[in-house]
Structure formats: structure tokens, C-alpha cells
Design a binder for this molecule. Structure first.
Ligand SMILES: C[S@@+](CC[C@H](N)C(=O)[O-])C[C@H]1O[C@@H](n2cnc3c(N)ncnc32)[C@H](O)[C@@H]1O
Length: 218
């Protein structure tokens, strides 16, 4: 993880994309499933204004996305292969073929600033560096919280974290961290995308693993 970076089903997708009140298969019962980010009450109005914008203020080159949760393009799957370093945990797998560059899903969790950073969280991801904002999915999130790091699993990641803008309706959009299929590998070679059934793997960044090694050595 880049730490520095039920009621009646409704058929109408809403801002955060609630097509139904279903939770995805294998969702843990002790973790709330989120369809929208959960904002800290301690966040300032300025911080919120960085994240929720008028559609007219969409940065150039960006597109506005519609989302519907739960996400039918991914599957939370128990890792049963003993050679996998996250054996006994879960991972997120493609439930359909995903094209190079495709948006997969947003990363949802508790949106907070540096004053509320939980240094022990394995699910905290930078959302806006300039304003010190992060999103922590340890106590609530969506399918994206199950994405593992590629190290020890594959030779390279097949997906990446990038900013994205979600349509909230009423002329508003929201900046979130999105997970996208990599377009090209480090060598510049164009990616083949992610075939159905393959694990979605990102790079958490060296900082994540260095911090964990340092903690274990104390
Ligand atoms: C964001 S969670 C990923 C989902 C996690 N596997 C689960 O079931 O909740 C991050 C944690 O997953 C595990 N993990 C992810 N990628 C790993 C890897 N390549 N090697 C070892 N552990 C990994 C580590 O325990 C890490 O702290």
C-alpha cells in the first residue's frame, strides 16, 4: 500500500453506485462494506473542497466515471496456494477480462488527514499528498481493500493506483483513488490486460515494505 501516496434492493444506481444492498461474496462480516467514502468529521471544509468539486472543475484530460457497487468485474477470493505470500488471507481477482488502461474500481474507506493516521493500518492509501489526505480501508471499505502487492506473487504488477473522478449527481464530482489495469510494464512493453481469473496485483511501493521490516526489527 502506498502509505504516502439492507433493505429492499434498489435498481437505480446512486452517486456512490448502489445498485443493490448486496455485499460481495466472501466479504468479511466484521468489516462494513462501503459504497461511498466515509469522511472523518475532523476534516476541514478546505480539505473536503479538494475532494468534492463542481463538474465544471474537472481537471483537463480527466473523465467522470459512473460506478455501481458491488463490482461485477472482480471477485474476492481466499488464497489457498501455499506458495502465495498472502496464503490464508484474501486477494482480488478479475471475474472478466480487463483491458489495458481500464478503470476497475475505486478504493473506498475512511477519508482522513494526517492527524488521524493509524500507523499500524495495512489499508491506508494516500489520496491527496498536497493536503495530507488519505483513505484507510481497515475498518470499512470495498473490494479494493483485498488487492495484494505483486512481490512474491508475480514478476510485476498488472494494475496501479491513480486519481479518478466519480459522478455524484447534482453537478458534483468526487476525487477518489482508482485502480486501473496497467497500460504498459516498466520496460514500456504494452500490457496484455488482466485475463479472467487472474489476481489483480499492484505495487504498494517500497516504503510500505521498508516500514514493515523496520517495525519487525524493533
Ligand atoms: C491491503 S491488505 C491486502 C488484502 C489482504 N490480503 C487481506 O486479505 O485482507 C495488505 C496486507 O496483505 C498482505 N499482503 C499483500 N500483498 C502481499 C505480498 N505480496 N506478500 C505478503 N503479504 C502480502 C499483507 O499482510 C499486507 O499487510
Amino acid at each position: 500500500m502506498q502509505t504516502n501516496r439492507k433493505s429492499a434492493p434498489s435498481t437505480t444506481p446512486r452517486a456512490g453506485g448502489a445498485a443493490s444492498q448486496h455485499v460481495p461474496k466472501n466479504w468479511p462480516t466484521h468489516v462494513p462494506y462501503l459504497r461511498l467514502p466515509s469522511y472523518s468529521k475532523a476534516l476541514t471544509g478546505e480539505a473536503k473542497s479538494v475532494l468534492v468539486l463542481a463538474k465544471a472543475d474537472l481537471p483537463s484530460g480527466e473523465e467522470v466515471r459512473q460506478v455501481v457497487a458491488p463490482y461485477s468485474n472482480v471477485k474476492i477470493t481466499p488464497i489457498r496456494d501455499e506458495r502465495h505470500p498472502a496464503h490464508g488471507q484474501y486477494g482480488l481477482f478479475a471475474s472478466q477480462s480487463l483491458q489495458p488502461g481500464a478503470f476497475i474500481l475505486p478504493y473506498l474507506g475512511y477519508v482522513h488527514d494526517h492527524t488521524e493516521t493509524d500507523d499500524k493500518s495495512d489499508y491506508d492509501l494516500s489520496l491527496d499528498r498536497d493536503h495530507g489526505l488519505s483513505v484507510d480501508a481497515s475498518r470499512g471499505g470495498n473490494e479494493a481493500r483485498f488487492i495484494n502487492d505483486y512481490r512474491g506473487v508475480s514478476s510485476a504488477p498488472n494494475a496501479e493506483f491513480k486519481d479518478t473522478y466519480i459522478d455524484l449527481g447534482n453537478g458534483k464530482i468526487e476525487k477518489r483513488v482508482g485502480i486501473f489495469v496497467l497500460r504498459a510494464g516498466k520496460s514500456g512493453k504494452v500490457s496484455k490486460g488482466i485475463p479472467k481469473g487472474q489476481e489483480i496485483l499492484v505495487s504498494y511501493g517500497k516504503g510500505f515494505w521498508n516500514e514493515r521490516t523496520a517495525t519487525q526489527e524493533i
